[in-house]
Design a protein around this ligand. Structure first.
Ligand SMILES: [Zn+2]
Length: 204
């Protein structure tokens, strides 16, 4: 089943989703007896959702086939071009660069061998899809490799660079632990649930 989340859900819509078992695929949590919200089954947490906007959609596409025999090893988060991208957790910027597939990207090492990556950052000048941007349209102007960042800090801007050119602007978001890619979807869903609870004072 294709599951797509929209951040601007009304409380009523959330109730419908819950009653239809929308959330029932949530992975088993070792902390299920503890207070809501449940954490991902790990020590890592997406503390802040990575797009600073009400307009988002994303689905669980982990492992889906991609051209060239590749598998999708991240989550694509769709938002308007130029939306601020936020660091999801404290860490150190280990790489800022560009490549034909990834486009402009940022890699951050977080605590305890966890790492997060943000791909396809903006390569267009304001209000266009011209591809004439560069590091100045992709990255926060003061961000540099080696910088320490905190959760919620603006690091870059949503776009369609690399092999996302011509697609709807989105961030390909990855999480690694000990160098091994993990499915970001449950982490992102947890973060969104927490933010919705804060926003609507919901108690499930
Ligand atoms: Zn992707």
């Amino acid at each position: 089943m294709q599951r797509t989340l929209f951040r601007a859900l009304s409380a009523a819509a959330i109730g419908v989703l819950l009653s239809t078992g929308f959330w029932s695929s949530s992975p088993a949590s070792a902390e299920s007896s503890q207070e809501w919200p449940l954490r991902s089954p790990s020590e890592f947490s997406v503390e802040v959702f990575p797009h600073n906007t009400e307009t988002i959609s994303f689905s669980d596409s982990w492992g889906n086939r991609r051209p060239g025999g590749r598998r999708h090893k991240g989550t694509d988060i769709i938002s308007p071009r130029g939306t601020e991208i936020l660091a999801v957790a404290d860490g150190v910027v280990t790489e800022m660069g560009t490549s034909p597939l990834s486009g402009y990207f940022i890699r951050i090492e977080n605590a305890d061998e966890w790492a997060t990556s943000y791909l396809h950052l903006n390569n267009d000048t304001n209000g266009t899809d011209d591809g004439d941007g560069g590091t100045w349209t992709a990255f926060h102007p003061t961000l540099q490799e080696g910088d320490e960042v905190i959760a919620g800090q603006v690091i870059g801007y949503v776009g369609d660079s690399g092999n996302a050119e011509g697609t709807i602007p989105h961030t390909h978001f990855e999480i690694k632990h000990d160098g091994e890619k993990r499915n970001p979807y449950p982490f992102l869903r947890d973060a969104l649930e927490r933010e919705m609870q804060d926003r609507y004072s919901l108690h499930f």
